[in-house]
Write a protein of this length. Structure first.
Length: 259
């Protein structure tokens, strides 16, 4: 599924504290000033730039630390090496041994790249638009995730949360993005791209798997009620070797991606 949203649709889902943090503005007066400026910029570019999303819902089972989609594609995950329990994102998908099929969502969001390139002649405007583009890509992820939970996947059809609760993640399931502590391997974008074809919304990948436009988000959606975010922590040599094998990537290259 491909989606396009106008800027005004995403305004309620902009997480302003991250915007203030990026500007290093901490006092209420400064925050109000920079937010007023930001809203003026967003109003001025309404209709000129848009945000986009891709979403696919797949049947899935887990096989060890791999998530296996219905078409046979494997999504290799990493596992914590310390703590109890030692978690992997694969734990939030039913194992194949259960004989039951689960589901997983794959997504990517982005904005028109002009928000990052059309203001290069003015350093202040360039920074302002880059930070607003980042917030819009994240807002699009929240907006699409809401539609997924209630309508598209529909695993939480009766959800009725305030926007503040949505932005705080007080919904069922999780949405780990590539680069999150539980999914730190940026090259995992190559795996997602093979399925989602991110160029459909203007995303291209660098040699390391970073996305262009920079204001882009990609990742997975889990519905399990006990799904939680976690930090993988240090990754041992044995796990790097195993993960590289499951990814079909040379070990020396995998070390560059995740170390």
């Amino acid at each position: 599924m491909r989606f396009r949203s106008d800027i005004h649709e995403l305004l309620p889902y902009i997480n302003w504290p991250y915007f203030y943090h990026a500007w290093q503005v901490h006092d209420s007066e400064g925050r109000q000033r920079i937010r007023t400026e930001a809203m003026q910029r967003l109003e001025s570019i309404e209709g000129r730039y848009h945000a986009y999303a891709l979403f696919e819902l797949h049947e899935a089972v887990s096989d060890g630390d791999d998530i296996v989609l219905g078409g046979g594609q494997r999504l290799p995950m990493l596992r914590q090496q310390t703590g109890s329990p030692c978690l992997s994102l694969a734990d939030f998908i039913r194992p194949k041994e259960s004989g039951m099929t689960d589901h997983i969502g794959l997504f990517a969001t982005s904005v028109d790249i002009g928000m990052e390139t059309d203001f290069a002649s003015d350093d202040y405007e360039r920074l302002m638009m880059q930070l607003l583009a980042d917030r819009l890509a994240e807002a699009m992820a929240d907006y699409i995730h809401l539609k997924v939970r209630i309508e598209i996947w529909g695993y939480a059809p009766d959800e009725n949360l305030a926007v503040a609760d949505i932005l705080a993640g007080r919904f069922q399931g999780i949405r780990p993005a590539v680069g999150y502590p539980s999914l730190p391997d940026m090259s995992f974008n190559f795996v997602l791209n093979d399925i989602l074809h991110m160029d459909a919304i203007g995303i291209r990948l660098t040699e390391s798997g970073a996305m262009k436009p920079h204001a882009s988000v990609s990742g997975l959606m889990f519905s399990h009620p006990q799904a939680q975010y976690f930090d993988l922590g240090s990754i041992g040599d044995d796990q790097i070797a195993d993960y590289a094998h499951r990814r079909g990537v040379p070990e020396f290259l995998m070390r560059k991606f995740i170390m």
